[in-house]
Design a protein around this ligand. Structure first.
Ligand SMILES: NC(=O)c1ccc[n+]([C@@H]2O[C@H](COP(=O)([O-])OP(=O)(O)OC[C@H]3O[C@@H](n4cnc5c(N)ncnc54)[C@H](OP(=O)(O)O)[C@@H]3O)[C@@H](O)[C@H]2O)c1
Length: 336
């Protein structure tokens, strides 16, 4: 249309699959438009002026083309934001000017993003914008894994690997809010302090005799494992009768294999928890999970721990912080 000026925004784009340090470029792009729809149907969604974007392990993998979601190049990565509603489709009860937390799947590393209505929530006054950008992926994953998949019950004990990370700190807080006892596994003094700040009852070190320490503490009913690798067999050995290992991710790099005869010794279950794979588009499940998380925010158990902040243009440093295992809590990009 002659004379129509398309507004632009700053964004970080993955332009090549060369790893966190060099894959991304700062670019000016046309703002997303609800009428065009992007990954949603035209007219559907919530258009958000982004204040803070959350950074997660999958974006590290995406810079190498190693994540299951592989959009065509170039693309704007980032799955979650906090910000202010500019416009929303009739399917959303949210109004322009409202503070929100949203899971937008892609496109978060930008000044403007679109998110599906069922994954966009009014942000509680109890949380700041950075905590809002740390909410949906980690806390929904934690609740889905512990409760929906693992069947965690009040009074049970849960061992949480990678406990100072995003999923780990969220899982400690959700488990505590549900009346469980938590034992955190971490690799350093700094991470021990973070796990304790998240509310862990006990902390053991991944480089020590952690399995023996856990058994000395009475063993556990559940292991929540976002790390994988060679600690898996000791996770099985840490369980009590009828214990469950809930598999969430593989930050340790290798995918463990289970000798299934071990599962007979104490009636053990190994359970997969793919929030992104199975829950994301089930609007009822997402809504009931968010309602449970809102209760835990109101009762003071859920307070996302935000670690490093970087400006948008330093997204590469944010990804390297995660890739080098030095991140604690949630890493965020300050966008506005
Ligand atoms: N299943 C799902 O639906 C779902 C949803 C969200 C995330 N995830 C997955 O869950 C995993 C954790 O995500 P996150 O956001 O919590 O990550 P994160 O904040 O980076 O934390 C991961 C933790 O893993 C531990 N780790 C062990 N070996 C590592 C290594 N070689 N490199 C990096 N970290 C290592 C680190 O703790 P220590 O140093 O203390 O060992 C680190 O704190 C990722 O694989 C992610 O893709 C899965």
């Amino acid at each position: 249309m002659p004379g129509r000026v398309v507004p632009t925004m700053r964004a970080m784009q993955i332009t090549q699959l060369t790893g966190p340090a060099s894959a991304m470029s700062l670019v000016d792009l046309p703002e997303p438009d609800l009428a065009v729809g992007h990954s949603l149907s035209p007219g559907e969604g919530v258009l958000i002026d982004v204040t803070v974007a959350g950074v997660s392990f999958p974006e590290v993998l995406q810079t190498r083309g190693e994540y299951q979601v592989r959009p065509d190049l170039p693309f704007v990565p980032g799955s979650e934001v906090a910000g202010v509603v500019r416009k929303s489709s009739p399917a959303s009860p949210l109004k322009p000017g409202q503070r929100v937390a949203a899971f937008c799947l892609l496109g978060a590393f930008a000044e403007v993003a679109i998110a599906p209505p069922h994954l966009t929530y009014a942000l509680s006054d109890e949380l700041d914008d950075a905590q809002g950008a740390a909410l949906i992926l980690n806390y929904h994953t934690a609740h889905f894994s512990l409760v929906y998949r693992g069947g965690l019950r009040e009074g049970e004990t849960v061992l949480i690997h990678g406990a100072a990370g995003g999923v780990g700190t969220a899982s400690i807080q959700v488990a505590k809010g549900l009346g469980a006892r938590t034992i955190a596994v971490v690799s350093s003094d700094e991470k021990e302090a973070v796990a304790r700040a998240a509310g862990a009852d006990e902390v053991v070190r991944s480089d020590g005799a952690w399995k023996d320490e856990v058994l000395a503490l009475g063993g556990v009913d559940m292991v929540l494992d976002p790390v994988g690798g060679d600690r898996f067999t000791d996770s099985l050995r840490s369980l009590r009768e009828n214990g469950r290992v809930v598999v969430v991710g593989f930050t340790g790099g290798s995918i463990p294999e289970v000798k299934v005869n071990r599962l007979l010794l104490k009636n053990t279950s190994v359970i997969g928890a793919g929030w992104g794979a199975s829950a994301l588009f089930k609007a009822d499940l997402i809504a009931s999970t968010q309602a449970a998380i809102d209760k835990l925010i109101a009762s003071g158990f859920v307070r996302p721990l935000v670690g490093a902040h970087f400006p948008l243009e330093r997204a590469a440093d944010a990804l390297e912080c995660i890739d080098s295992r030095s991140a604690t809590g949630k890493v965020v990009l300050d966008v506005a």
